[in-house]
Design a protein around this ligand. Structure first.
Ligand code: NAD
Length: 320
């Protein structure tokens, strides 16, 4: 019987820990952490994500400041980031991606103070991760690792295959799995014999953005499957192909005209896997919880309140 990895419950536990951290600060007379969220343009999905982040701040006691910019130039955005960097009342800066066309996200993110880079995308934080040192780490991968640990899933010595090499998920989760002593292979769009490689994986992480790419026959019996992909399917022909073992998904697609799914064919994979994350309700809720944890961490590291348990800045050993 496959174990369903419940990201929603784990996210709730993570949020409760953040709330407790904020309350501990209040008991010491310290101000709450503050997250500045920058939303540029009118992208409806980005607006939904930002609403979720602001709501999570409210739920954990983190103060949020929203900067909505209908249309901004690169210079205006860089000036805003510079202002937020200097603002002592702001602990975390989140620029909602993607930015509208014509804006250079990479350059903008490089302008964020690494100590306030709660998305963990600044080269300084990427370097700290590469060096196995504590810094601000990308929210989705760090929360995935936290969930696997909470379920008592051992990664040591295991063969992990990560599908996708993005800076936000694929590369950082590969480094984090390596840190947990897994043997990691990173696969991508040019990898040959993806099914054969996946079949060797004790842990398979799919972060590709291709609905139903991973078939049940690609899964090693008993493997742990973490499906990071979030895809909206509205193509009935595709749905009929990838939802053969997911009749409920197909019903939703037929009834509503679209349905959310992951990169893994859930029904097929869960007949073979030992544990698996569903979509929705798996990795999705973990991202915001990771963001709240990073905002608290940024606040405590910046303000040098390192005496509080669990939030000191430290260096991990190489674990050899
Ligand atoms: P991305 O587009 O930046 O990267 C996709 C990666 O997949 C690339 O490295 C590419 O080489 C690889 N790839 C593309 N086609 C492939 C193929 N056929 N076979 C193997 N590899 C292939 O995407 P991303 O930002 O890393 O996001 C990946 C997915 O995860 C998306 O569906 C995204 O919506 C989702 N996501 C979810 C969360 C969450 O909170 N759950 C967070 C971030 C991303």
């Amino acid at each position: 019987m496959v174990l369903i990895l419940d990201g929603k419950s784990h996210a709730e536990r993570m949020l409760a820990e953040v709330r407790a951290g904020v309350e501990r600060r209040a008991a010491l007379g310290l101000r709450p952490p503050c997250l500045a969220v920058v939303l540029v343009g009118e992208d409806p999905a980005s607006q939904v994500y930002v609403r979720g982040k602001i709501a999570a701040c409210a739920g954990t006691g983190i103060r949020s400041v929203e900067h909505r910019i209908a249309a901004g130039t690169q210079e205006q955005l860089e000036a805003l980031v510079a202002e937020l960097n200097l603002d002592p009342g702001v602990d975390g800066i989140l620029v909602q991606l993607p930015l509208p066309g014509g804006l250079d996200a990479k350059h903008l993110l490089r302008g964020i103070d690494p100590a306030k880079d709660v998305d963990g995308l600044h080269p300084v934080n990427q370097g700290l991760l590469l060096g196995g040192q504590r810094g601000l780490r990308p929210c989705t991968p760090s929360a995935c690792i936290s969930m696997l640990k909470a379920y008592g899933i051992s990664l040591k010595g295991k063969r992990a295959v990560v599908l996708g090499r993005s800076e936000i998920v694929g590369k950082p989760i590969s480094l984090m799995l390596l840190e947990e002593h897994a043997t990691v292979t990173i696969a991508h769009s040019r990898t040959e014999d993806l099914p054969g490689l996946c079949r060797q994986a004790d842990l398979l992480v799919a972060a590709v953005g291709r609905p139903g790419l991973v078939e049940g026959s690609w899964i090693k019996p008993g493997a742990v499957v973490v499906d990071v992909g979030i895809n909206r399917v509205d193509d009935l022909e595709l749905g009929r192909r990838i939802f053969q073992a997911d009749p409920r998904k197909l019903e939703t697609l037929l009834a509503k005209g679209s349905v959310l799914c992951g990169d893994v064919r859930f029904g097929e994979a869960s007949a073979v896997a030992g544990a698996i994350t569903p979509v929705p309700g798996g990795v999705g809720p973990l991202t915001i919880a990771g963001l709240m944890a990073n905002t608290l961490q940024a606040c405590e590291a910046r303000l040098h309140v390192r005496a509080l348990p669990g939030h000191g800045v430290g260096v991990w050993g190489d674990g050899e």
